[in-house]
Design a protein around this ligand. Structure first.
Ligand code: NAI
Length: 254
């Protein structure tokens, strides 16, 4: 039996990078996946990959901006009407930009907080009850934090702050939902090759610096994050809640 057979998994920011890899991983393992994001075409392309990989798997596409409470409320209503319950929620949508504290505009600060943290709060508030009420053995939320949430990165003070908040929000949520049987954890990826890091990774000296500081001497792949997310989302981690798993190739170790 596949790990996510008969389970509904909702993934935000599922149109690219880590979200896309996670959706494919969970679907490969039997989940019915609901792909949430702002760009229909990107989500449909991922849905097509899912159905091409297995005749039995179908991915649902739902267009929403997860920073807009009314859109998240409509998403929760759609999930209740169509699936009744949700077993797995992956809060993956995120964004960043570059700038020092003295350079950043308030709107830039706010946009990064809203996309990375407020979205997790809104999804937990409105979609969380569909997990809490489900009569199922495995119920899990996995939030995508970051290495930057542990160690403030240069020129990303807003992003580092937001991701540190995601790690803390994860713990608060784990405490709130434990009595409903919902486990809540986060992962903190290091440098992963995705559309978000594409531009930086085109810079050879940036690549060299990462390789130098990473014990495993390379940049990570989205699929490697997806596998760790799947572990925390599955009943294989049934005694794990309120924790954060670093997936950074050993960056923080030395
Ligand atoms: P990505 O840019 O490919 O993925 C982010 C996705 O979120 C995109 O598809 C984007 O359209 C979506 N998104 C952004 N704002 C949204 C909104 N308001 N509503 C709905 N969807 C929205 O980049 P990546 O790298 O796959 O990022 C995924 C997560 O992983 C993010 O939370 C990011 O902060 C985190 N992360 C990435 C790392 C990396 O090195 N790539 C390292 C650590 C964390």
């Amino acid at each position: 039996m596949k790990r996510f057979q008969n389970q509904v998994a909702v993934i935000t920011g599922a149109g690219s990078g880590i979200g896309k890899a996670t959706a494919i991983q969970l679907a490969d393992e039997g989940a019915t996946v609901v792909l949430v994001g702002r760009t229909k075409e990107k989500l449909e392309a991922v849905a097509e990959i899912v159905s091409e990989r297995s005749d039995n798997q179908h991915a649902y596409v739902y267009v929403a901006d997860v920073t807009a409470e009314e859109e998240v409320e409509l998403l929760a209503a759609y999930l209740k009407d169509n699936f009744e319950v949700v077993h797995v929620l992956i809060n993956n949508a995120g964004t960043s930009s570059s700038g020092s504290i003295l350079q950043l505009e308030e709107w830039d600060w706010e946009y990064v907080q809203k996309t990375n943290v407020t979205s997790v709060f809104l999804m937990a508030k409105h979609v969380g009850p569909l997990l809490a009420d489900a009569k199922a053995e495995n119920k899990a939320i996995v939030n995508i934090a970051s290495l930057s949430g542990h160690k403030a990165g240069a020129k990303i003070p807003h992003y580092s702050t937001a991701k540190a908040a995601v790690i803390h929000l994860t713990k608060a949520l784990a405490g709130e939902l434990a009595s409903n049987g919902v486990r809540v954890n986060s992962v903190s990826p290091g440098f992963i090759e995705t559309p978000m890091t594409k531009e930086s990774l085109e810079n050879a000296s940036f690549n060299q610096a990462i390789e130098l500081h990473t014990l495993l001497k390379r940049i990570g792949r989205a699929e490697e994050v997806a596998k760790a997310v799947a572990f925390l989302a599955s009943s294989d981690s049934s005694y794990v809640t309120g924790t954060d798993l670093l997936i950074d190739g050993g960056w923080l170790t030395v």
